[in-house]
Design a protein around this ligand. Structure first.
Ligand code: FES
Length: 127
């Protein structure tokens, strides 16, 4: 009989534990995973920056820098996006999209992503 691979589900805390930008670190199958909430949704990634292994989960969340162009495509300035959010590794500033884990500077590189869900006021991460 074939054995099905079981995915691990780990409790990460109560939904209220993530208020005010607080984050959690959990161990999923031996990997350190950070968990956070943004606009009512939960995100989880391995806490290992793909550059030199820095604790990317301690980084700031910022909007992607977008160019402001006029109707002719002339550059008027830059602004921070309010919808495309990046997490910035505190060691050397590599940025990753929180929706995908993809590195902003090189889309071939991405953080390992985990599924984070809220259920009954509690947050779980699935490996
Ligand atoms: S270790 Fe993350 S940017 Fe260098």
């Amino acid at each position: 009989m074939p054995t099905e691979s079981m995915s691990t589900e780990v409790y990460a805390g109560r939904v209220t534990d993530f208020e005010d930008g607080r984050r959690a670190l959990v161990n999923v199958d031996g990997r350190e995973v950070f968990v956070f909430e943004r606009d009512g949704r939960f995100f989880a990634f391995e806490n290992v920056c793909r550059h030199m292994g820095g604790p990317v989960g301690e980084g700031m969340l910022i909007g992607k820098v977008e160019a402001i162009l006029d109707d002719e495509g002339r550059h008027l300035g830059d602004r921070f996006s309010t919808t495309d959010i990046h997490i910035v590794c505190p060691w050397h500033g590599w940025e990753y999209e929180i929706e995908t884990g993809i590195c902003a500077a090189d889309r071939r590189i991405r953080l390992r992503r985990f599924e984070a869900t809220a259920r009954g006021g509690e947050v779980y991460v699935r490996g």
